[in-house]
Design a binder for this molecule. Structure first.
Ligand SMILES: [Zn+2]
Length: 600
């Protein structure tokens, strides 16, 4: 167990991120917000009802770029502190203040996209041709022309947006504020439990009795809230389905894929092939876990355990510098130097303290460096988290440098490729650095459990379940908690078959992820990782030319739709070959792990 956590006020500043790159002082931030409000008002006055020519459209988009740059920077400054300490009321107040400002500004600006959509296509094309950096934004405007509603309706929807996005916050409140997991007892000893403690600690616990008892208690508490969470989720899905219908889509799935610029073929392929072809590989790995740990059976509650629980590789933050630099060195000095600035410029909040968000994220800002949040625990898995987030950071830097702020965010389909690519570089580094079979096996199992289990299995099974829910709604049917549990259990049983016992509680996994409130996000993890794996294998095979391709891919931003963007990285996602090859690579890796066990 963790020793007692420090308060945020007691931690070493050197291990926290430095937000002064955004604004030096709170006063400076406030001045920027005040100026921003004036600029938005001016902008609306000048352009509302007046987008009548190419030059006016171009002028408006250029001013809009500056507004969005300040908008993003002030948002970063206001939201980042709260993620480091949710017990600090000043931080909460700052983020709520910005939330109100943002809603007000978004409503004032809502005319802009709506009116751009009514500008005739020739004018938009001329604007895109004369300023290619604006082409991605204009591409989306043109696409959205087909699905836009009456301007008054669009405005009403913008005003209602805090209400329409309520399901996710209700879900978060239920999960993070109301659910009380109490304690559980094993052999007369009490253990404290919380949502985060279960997911980050007990799920990996080497003692099967503690691990399984924690799961049972965790599930029992989830079950008490299943009806409120199911109703919240039902509201979310009804909202999405209604929007789909209003905007002219027969299927809510088509509507949700529209913005990703991906069709159902790519979406279904990812789910279907992983469900059928990756399943045997993962079952083989689960069976090996059972054998190595001499377990009576392997249940859903056992899947996260390490293969080699006695082997650990402690790593300090200082030591991580050389590992990261060496791991990404194949991408060249320029990339490495950019990434390594994260340490001296303090982009990363490493420290552990009370009230800090769990997990990790990277938040990029258009005209300053990215910020990364994580909690360093001196384990190798922290280096995986860090290098993953630095992958997002690297893409953010290159994409912002080469694109307008209005065209710098790639399709969701591609978003997890640069991050998982860097995880593969790390595993490769660990393999290169040692000829000890135990360390090699450790690195390979980290790759299976951190990189692939999480992105290819957990999120994909979410996606497979989510598809069933959307199909139900498309067929005009409703659902309750019992139905959701039945669907989730069905997906888990289909994937794990006879090899893993889907013990009671596993069916409640539909209550665990905020992803279900983010449209079709879960499947994109495996899509990104498929591109990353193929690019990584090409890099090993072809060397330098592939480095160039990958760096080009990182610079793309939103210039291309996913199929064309993946082609820049040398990966053809029009067929299932990249996914088939990735599964084959995983199959070989699991075989290698089993062979290494025999050697050890
Ligand atoms: Zn990520």
């Amino acid at each position: 167990m963790q020793e007692e956590l420090k308060k945020r006020s007691e931690v070493q500043e050197q291990l926290t991120w430095d937000l002064s790159a955004l604004y030096q002082t709170r006063e400076e931030f406030q001045q920027a917000v005040d100026q921003l409000k004036q600029d938005v008002e001016q902008f609306s006055k000048k352009y509302e009802g007046n987008l009548s020519s190419t030059s006016i459209v171009l002028g408006a988009l250029t001013e809009f770029e500056s507004i969005m740059t300040v908008f993003q920077r002030t948002n970063q400054y206001a939201y980042l502190p709260a993620s480091t300490d949710l017990t600090n009321s000043d931080y909460i107040e700052l983020s709520r203040y910005m939330q109100n400002v943002s809603a007000e500004l978004a409503t004032q600006l809502s005319f802009f996209d709506t009116e751009l959509m009514s500008v005739d296509t020739n004018t938009l094309d001329e604007a895109a041709q004369s300023e290619p950096r604006l082409a991605p934004y204009i591409r989306h405007i043109k696409k959205n022309k087909d699905i836009r509603l009456d301007p008054a309706v669009e405005k009403a929807l913008a005003q209602l947006s805090p209400v329409l996005s309520a399901p996710e916050s209700i879900y978060d409140q239920a999960k993070l504020a109301d659910m009380d997991f109490g304690t559980f007892t094993v052999d007369g000893k009490d253990y404290p439990l919380s949502f985060v403690l279960y997911e980050d600690y007990y799920a990996f616990h080497p003692d099967a009795d503690i691990r399984r008892a924690a799961f049972d208690k965790f599930s029992a508490v989830l079950r008490q809230y299943q009806n409120v969470v199911a109703t919240t989720y039902y509201t979310q899905i009804q909202y999405e389905k209604t929007m789909a219908t209003m905007r002219g889509f027969d299927s809510v799935i088509d509507y949700l894929l529209y913005g990703q610029e991906v069709d159902q073929e790519l979406y279904n392929r990812q789910i279907d092939i992983i469900m059928s072809d990756l399943a045997p590989v993962m079952r083989k790995y689960a069976a090996h876990l059972k054998e190595v740990h001499s377990l009576d059976k392997i249940t859903y509650a056992d899947l996260k355990i390490d293969l080699d629980t006695d082997y650990s590789m402690p790593v300090t933050i200082e030591e991580s510098k050389d590992i990261v630099a060496d791991a990404v060195s194949s991408l060249g000095d320029d990339y490495t130097d950019r990434i390594m600035k994260a340490y001296p410029e303090r982009w990363v909040d490493f420290v552990q303290n009370v009230g800090k968000s769990t997990g990790g994220f990277c938040s990029t800002t258009y005209d300053t460096h990215p910020y990364i949040l994580m909690s360093w625990t001196n384990q190798l898995s922290d280096v995986y988290t860090l290098i993953h987030e630095l992958g997002h950071a690297g893409q953010g830097i290159l994409t912002n440098e080469n694109n307008s702020i209005l065209g710098s965010t790639p399709s969701l389909y591609l978003i997890e490729a640069p991050s998982t690519f860097n995880e593969l570089l790390l595993t490769d580094y660990l393999q290169r650095k040692s000829d000890d079979p135990r360390q090699e096996r450790f690195a390979l199992t980290k790759m299976i459990s951190n990189t692939y289990f999480h992105n290819f299995v957990t999120h994909l099974l979410e996606a497979a379940y989510q598809r069933e829910v959307y199909r139900l709604v498309d067929a005009g049917k409703g659902f309750d908690a019992a139905k959701l549990s039945e669907l989730k259990r069905g997906v888990l049983e289909q994937f794990w078959g006879e090899d893993v016992e889907i013990n009671p509680g596993a069916e409640l996994t539909w209550m665990r992820q905020p992803h279900y409130y983010m449209g079709l996000y879960p499947y994109t993890y495996s899509a990104g990782l498929t591109i990353a794996t193929q690019a990584f294998l090409k890099l090993k095979e072809e060397g330098q030319p592939m480095v160039e391709n990958w760096l080009e891919f990182l610079k793309l931003g939103d210039q291309k739709e996913p199929v064309e963007a993946a082609a820049v990285a040398g990966v053809d996602i029009t067929t299932s070959k990249p996914l088939d090859d990735t599964i084959h690579y995983l199959d070989e890796t699991v075989d290698r792990i089993i062979a290494l066990t025999e050697q050890i």
